[in-house]
Design a protein around this ligand. Structure first.
Ligand code: SAM
Length: 282
């Protein structure tokens, strides 16, 4: 049976192009086109947007994005075996899919897209966090993208949306929530993928805020959260000792008890502390 786009079922594509999953490329494929359509819909209205997809593989999500009306999709795939399968999709959607064979960590997609841009991907688990951190730390804010709709291992997704007070709350939560709205929009069991990974997965949707939720210098905030969560069991006055000689006073001025631990402190207080540290350094 063919799908609505007239293309063959994904199992057939995988067999035809010998796309047996390779672990070192983080390959866990989604073969259910209803599911990839749901992920594409979670990315929002795509009709006026260019969409960057990292790791299209045999193209299940790519087909979802195109069928949901994406103006244009830029798909970056490292595995040469998948490229002919992706060209077949490009032929079914003339002028709407560009395929780049290469490493997403090395390629600057900006030359190939026109704003507004959204990013949607079922990320290879081994580079997912690195790509996310890169997208969250551009030189200027707002970033080149409007939203990120990304599949992660459930544990990573939990860390992105975590609130203060638990073990999941840390640098990733602060980095993501400082300048984005972040929520989990879908959770998927291992059996949704071929081959099935060991753990659950989840799709996180992040929308870029026009400006940060609270003012702070990105470098100082990053330095503070690194030091605070690197020794998360220590009291902040000890964990942040190296940041500034007057750290106890600066903590108090920011409304943070010096005996508190990092995971108890909300984003607003971390930003207040970052402003205080920056001002004290002059
Ligand atoms: N999007 C497909 C799906 O949902 O079925 C495949 C997702 S699979 C989890 C990850 C994909 O990323 C694989 O196709 C893999 O070859 C590709 N990949 C791995 N490392 C990559 C890299 N550095 N740059 C681009 N693609 C990469």
């Amino acid at each position: 049976m063919t799908a609505i786009d007239g293309l063959p079922p994904l199992r057939e594509v995988i067999a035809r192009y010998d796309l047996r999953a390779k672990k070192q490329l983080g390959q866990n494929f989604l073969l259910d086109l209803n599911l990839t359509a749901r992920i594409a819909r979670a990315a929002g209205d795509l009709t006026q947007c260019d969409v960057i997809e990292v790791g299209p593989g045999p193209g299940g999500l790519t087909r979802g994005l195109l069928a949901e009306g994406a103006r244009h999709v830029l798909a970056i795939e490292k595995d040469a075996r998948a490229i002919p399968a992706l060209h077949e999709i490009a032929a079914a959607y003339p002028g709407r899919l560009t395929v780049i064979h290469g490493d997403a960590l090395q390629i600057d997609p900006l030359a190939h897209v026109t704003p507004p841009v959204r990013i949607a991907a079922n990320l290879p688990y081994n580079i997912g966090t690195e790509l996310l951190v890169g997208w969250l730390t551009p030189p200027d804010w707002p970033p080149f993208w409007q939203s990120l709709t990304l599949m992660f291992q459930r544990e990573v997704a939990n860390r992105i949306v975590a609130r203060p007070g638990g073990k999941d709350y840390g640098r990733l939560a602060i980095l993501a929530q400082w300048r984005c709205d972040a929520r989990i929009v879908l959770t998927l069991p291992p059996q949704a993928f071929v081959p099935a990974p060991k753990v659950e997965s989840a799709v996180v949707h992040l929308t870029a805020l026009p400006q940060p939720r609270f003012p702070a210098d990105p470098k100082v905030l990053s330095e503070l959260t690194f030091a605070a969560f690197n020794q998360r069991r220590k009291m902040l006055r000890a964990a942040l000792k190296g940041v500034h000689p007057a750290i106890e006073t600066l903590l108090r001025d920011a409304g943070i008890p010096p005996t508190a631990r990092a995971e108890e402190i909300g984003l607003d207080r971390f930003c207040a502390l970052a402003r205080g540290v920056a001002a004290a350094r002059g």
